[in-house]
Write a new protein. Structure first.
Length: 690
């Protein structure tokens, strides 16, 4: 049993069968210890832990508290440069702050800990979640929604899938569906099965059912070499493979009809893979596989789908183009906007799309529907490329608007296709859908999502607690050599005009206070920023962008650990500098970049906008001041980019297989931020509602 996985995904824990012996005082102490992390144990769970022996309760509690500590960031020691932050920064003169920083840069000298103890935390415990007891069956049921998702998994999700396969081995087949719908997940599951369940005939049967194209074979090989199964990042380094695995991959490729065109889509990767596959050794046994790989080696590319489409696009030959696009409905949906703009008569294009819309994935239809409903022109056209690094590119929207009737019909086609598809699912009955779900985005592509305390989707806007102060925090530890990571906050007004930065070079400003710069962290180091929301609003600030910069330019993926987050504090002078009970969000910073923007605060609307974005380029001095153009672009993209929201998705389901009602009390199915199906149930949404 993996308590970390169970608690993180379902807020449930398993309690082993006990022999009794724990006293009421020991149980009460366990309950009190958990409340320090904004959690409470449910009554059934308290009853269950009461059946444990004193020793059993001690071991159980140690494991659960260890998980909660890691989730909130309390598993490490937090000591800022100014140990009595923020008092020392508030009282120090600019000259004193400057001299202390220079002394640290020259000698790595640190201020000694404060001699007096800090007053107790003033605010009471605010409970964020209730922890329930869970059975072994409930724990095992976590795997099926993950592998049945119809969108990509985050690195953390994929690690959970591999954990099940590695621990359960041959027994995992009773937990797996027959067919995995999403191709990237097929590769991840297949690779884990080959690595951890070798010799079981059911592995081959699973692969036979789930490998349909040459690219599926390539992804499987990439997964076996721990590469990027989305095939978008840098090329995977293929290492020597066992003969059994080589034969398996070649046999799968040999069974695919007309594999040459698909192989040529990734010809260079296939050339690298062929260097370890040695297909010539099996020329007699797998001739079709050898022929496809030989075509890639010789660059003997047939006329591809993409080249035919681009040629006809350039010629504006719609009559010939639409039948080709119909052969790949998903590609048709992605190109529908451009096709309609090039068509002299849009109606035949819409007729052609309507005929195949039912074959387009729900995720693509939702994205198209959202784009069609968005006002034109957009304030900014932003693109998030597919891949394991979350980044955004933006351009001005210079497109001529489509006719209103054309847009309306295209949107209606998408809606009808989705409603028809959802109608085939089990009925929901009366549905209550909280209107605030329009602030939460649909989890469509999670491959670039970082591990965080709450499962959040990029662009979602979450309410901030009623508080005056927000404390941002960062912790990191040196990688190879000295590592200097900087926590900064950039302030923008409602028109996205930059106003000020609180950073290592400016510890005070606009109601923000920095805890001091630390440039070396052999045992770990912390930086904090306090934000007085009332002062920021009075000064006209709307957006606070949290920026984390690797000043020494090591990518975060090369560090032993790096994470950031934010706390809500009623009083910044009471309690410890880091208090786990006040942590609302914590995110691991582990991307292959030197700049990360984890979240944005909309201080006027009291909303936290989840960003989890990276910048891939930096100036000579990697700090927020020298990257303001990229920070500003990503801020505007987060605010302006239309993304499918959960209210729209659940409303389509209610139209298809239920009826919408006005209150939770009337409902048989509830969709809301804090009850029923919530925005944080991403695995359930991806597997059951897309």
């Amino acid at each position: 049993m993996n308590q970390d996985l169970f608690l993180r995904r379902r807020s449930k824990v398993h309690v082993p069968t006990g022999t009794g012996g724990a006293t009421r005082a020991q149980v009460a102490s366990a309950v009190r210890e958990v409340t320090a992390f904004r959690c409470v144990l449910s009554e059934p769970l308290i009853e269950q832990i009461g059946t444990l022996s004193a020793t059993g309760l001690k071991h159980w509690l140690r494991e659960i508290v260890g998980v909660l500590r890691r989730e909130t960031g309390a598993h490490v020691h937090h000591r800022p440069f100014y140990p009595d932050f923020p008092e020392q920064v508030l009282k120090a003169s600019e000259a004193e702050l400057y001299l202390n920083a220079v002394m640290h840069y020259l000698t790595l000298w640190r201020l000694p800990p404060a001699e007096h103890s800090r007053p107790a935390l003033l605010e009471g415990n605010v409970i964020s979640r209730v922890i329930e007891p869970g059975s072994v069956f409930e724990f095992e049921s976590l795997l099926a929604p993950l592998v049945s998702a119809r969108t990509s998994l985050s690195e953390n999700d994929a690690a959970d899938v591999v954990w099940f396969i590695r621990e359960y081995k041959s027994d995992v087949f009773r937990l797996l569906p027959e067919v995995v719908p999403f191709r990237e997940i097929r590769a991840q599951v297949g690779g884990a099965l080959i690595s951890h369940v070798a010799g079981d005939a059911r592995v081959d049967a699973f692969l036979e059912r789930n490998v349909e194209t040459a690219t599926d074979v390539l992804r499987l090989a990439v997964a076996l070499n721990e590469g990027d199964v989305s095939l978008t990042s840098t090329s995977t380094r293929f290492t020597a493979m066992k003969r059994s695995i080589r034969r398996l991959l070649l046999r799968l490729l040999d069974q695919i009809p007309n594999a040459v065109e698909d192989v040529m889509r990734h010809a260079e990767r296939w050339k690298r893979l062929a260097e370890v596959l040695h297909p010539g050794d099996y020329a007699d046994k797998y001739p079709q596989a050898l022929a496809a790989i030989t075509a890639a080696r010789r660059n003997e590319a047939p006329a591809s789908f993409g080249s035919r489409v681009e040629t006809l696009f350039a010629q504006r030959h719609m009559a010939a183009l639409t039948p080709i696009l119909q052969s790949r409905p998903g590609e048709f949906a992605r190109r529908l906007d451009a096709t309609l703009r090039r068509a002299a008569q849009p109606e035949p294009v819409l007729d052609a799309f309507e005929a195949v819309a039912a074959q387009v994935s729900s995720a693509v239809l939702l994205q198209l529907l959202t784009q069609l409903r968005a006002p034109r022109p957009l304030p900014l056209r932003a693109f998030t490329p597919k891949g394991t690094l979350a980044k955004i590119y933006g351009i001005k929207d210079r497109r001529e608007p489509l006719a209103c009737d054309v847009v309306a019909r295209a949107a209606r086609i998408c809606e009808d296709a989705l409603v028809t598809r959802f109608a085939s699912l089990p009925p929901l009955g009366r549905c209550f859908i909280d209107p605030t779900l329009r602030e939460y985005k649909v989890p469509l592509a999670q491959r670039a999502s970082s591990k965080s305390l709450r499962t959040l989707v990029r662009g979602s806007r979450l309410p901030m607690p009623e508080t005056r102060f927000i404390r941002l925090f960062l912790w990191w530890k040196n990688g190879d050599g000295r590592t200097d990571i900087d926590l900064s906050a950039a302030f923008f007004d409602a028109n996205f005009v930059f106003k000020e930065t609180v950073a290592y070079y400016n510890l005070k400003g606009y109601g923000g206070y920095h805890s001091g710069d630390i440039v070396d962290a052999p045992k770990g180091a912390s930086e904090f920023i306090d934000l007085d929301l009332d002062v920021l609003v009075k000064k006209g600030i709307r957006y606070v962008v949290t920026s984390i910069n690797s000043y020494t330019e090591q990518p975060y993926c090369d560090l032993p650990e790096c994470f950031a987050g934010w706390m809500a504090r009623a009083d910044v002078a009471s309690g410890e500098v880091f208090e786990p009970r006040s942590v609302f969000d914590r995110i691991d910073i582990a991307s292959d970049t030197a700049i990360c923007l984890p979240f944005v605060m909309d201080v006027q609307e009291r909303r936290m906008i989840w960003a989890d974005l990276g910048l891939t380029s930096s100036a000579r001095w990697n700090n927020v001041q020298n990257n303001l153009s990229g920070v500003s672009l990503m801020l505007r993209a987060l605010v302006h980019t239309p993304r499918p929201d959960l209210e729209t998705l659940f409303d389509l389901h209610a139209r298809a297989r239920g009826e919408r009602v006005a209150s939770p009390q009337q409902a048989q199915a509830v969709f809301a931020p804090d009850q029923g199906v919530t925005p944080f149930d991403t695995d359930l949404i991806r597997s059951g509602f897309l």
